[in-house]
Design a protein around this ligand. Structure first.
Ligand code: SIN
Ligand code: FE2
Length: 194
């Protein structure tokens, strides 16, 4: 479900919280199991954080770069995620992990499933801030037809239930200038990881 503009009125507060989180856990380009640095810069907050390195994809309670726990999830993040999930039909969503993605022009996320979480009964809640992007929304297999859905500043996407393991991705970001984020797009992805 696409909740158009759901987060728009709280965007400044969310972006201030992103800035606070990244002072403790800076954005970094993680390396895929195949050894390639990702074009999207990432960090996390919450009790678990999604990481990738040469040994694989996983959730870790510690930031491998600082050897400290990830920053706590800001209250405004958790409140938004629960409200959006409820609006999408998933009551009682309490995320324990938030992956924060930063896209610069050209950065992309190839088609993938979110499948490192422990509980597929819980949805994924994804919040877009700043520059627009084209969201790729496929099916249950990599071969299924992919739809291209523009995601704008403040949009929230909720997927769960039969759609929980849908393949998705982001096309290379186009150059732009946004009043709140200048030349980048941020995405917050809330999960119940543990
Ligand atoms: C993701 O799949 O983790 C991020 C999707 C997005 O950036 O909108
Ligand atoms: Fe994803």
């Amino acid at each position: 479900m696409l909740l158009a503009g759901f987060a728009a009125d709280r965007a400044s507060e969310l972006l201030a919280a992103v800035s606070a989180v990244t002072q403790i856990a800076p954005f970094r380009h993680m390396v895929t199991p195949g050894g390639w640095p990702m074009s999207v810069a990432m960090t996390n907050c919450g009790i678990a954080g999604w990481v990738t390195d040469r040994s694989g994809y996983r959730y870790d309670s510690v930031d491998p770069q600082t050897s400290s726990p990830w920053p706590a999830m800001p209250t405004c993040f958790a409140a938004l995620a629960s409200a959006a999930a409820a609006a999408g039909g998933f009551l009682g969503f309490q995320p324990d992990a938030c992956l924060i993605n930063r896209y610069e022009p050209g950065a992309r996320l190839s088609l993938h499933q979110d499948r490192n979480e422990g509980d597929f009964d819980q949805p994924i809640v994804s919040v877009s801030l700043g520059l627009p992007a084209i969201f790729l929304w496929g099916g249950r297999t990599r071969q299924d037809r992919v739809r291209r859905i523009p995601l704008l500043h403040g949009d929230v996407v909720v997927w769960g239930g039969p759609a929980r393991l849908t393949y998705h991705g982001i096309n290379p970001l186009k150059i732009g200038d946004h009043p709140l984020t200048s030349g980048v797009r941020y995405n917050l992805t809330f999960r119940k990881a543990l």
